[in-house]
Design a protein around this ligand. Sequence first.
Ligand code: GLN
Length: 175
Amino acid sequence: MLKALGADVRYVKRRDDLEDLDGIVLPGGESTTIGMLLEEYEIAPVLRKGDLPIYGTCAGMILMADEIEGSDQPRLGVMRMAVRRNAFGRQRESFEEAIDAAGVEGGPLRGVFIRAPFVTEVGPDVEVLGHVDGKIVLCRQGRFLASSFHPELTDDRRLHQYFLEKVVSGAPHLA
Ligand code: GLN
C-alpha cells in the first residue's frame, strides 16, 4: 500500500533496519509473538521513545496500547488506551463493515476485521476516528495511528495515505 502511494519501503526485521525511517507499520498477526520479537530484537525500546510515527493494524493496535485487558503480554504501550483482544466474539471472528473515518474523505472505508480487537477506553490525548457497532476501531494519538481492521487487504489506500500525509509528514520532529 505504501509503495503504491510512492513511499520507499523496507521490512524491519532487526534494529538496524529502523535507521532513517520516517514511520513504521506494525502489521496484524499474533500480538504476543510480535511483542516478544520486538523485545528480542531490541526494536521495542526504540519505538517506545515515541519519536517514530507508527501505524498499527489489528495486532499492531494491541501492541500500541498501554493496557491490554486481562493480559501482561509484552507491548510498546505508546498510546493511552485499553484494548480487548478478539473482542468481536465467535459469531464475528471475521467480517467486513463500512467505517466512517473522521479526517478521511471520499466516503466510508471498507474495514476487514480478522479476530480483531476494539478499544474499550481512551486517554485524553487520543482522538477517536471511527466506530463499528459503537466500538472504537480507529484512533490516533499524535504520531500514532491504530486500526482494529486491515485496510491492506482491500484496494482502498486512503488510510495509508492519511498515515503518510497527516501523521508522518505532519510529525514535527523529523529532521
Ligand atoms: N487476534 C490477534 C491478537 O490478539 C490479532 C489478529 C490480527 O492481527 N488480525 O493478537
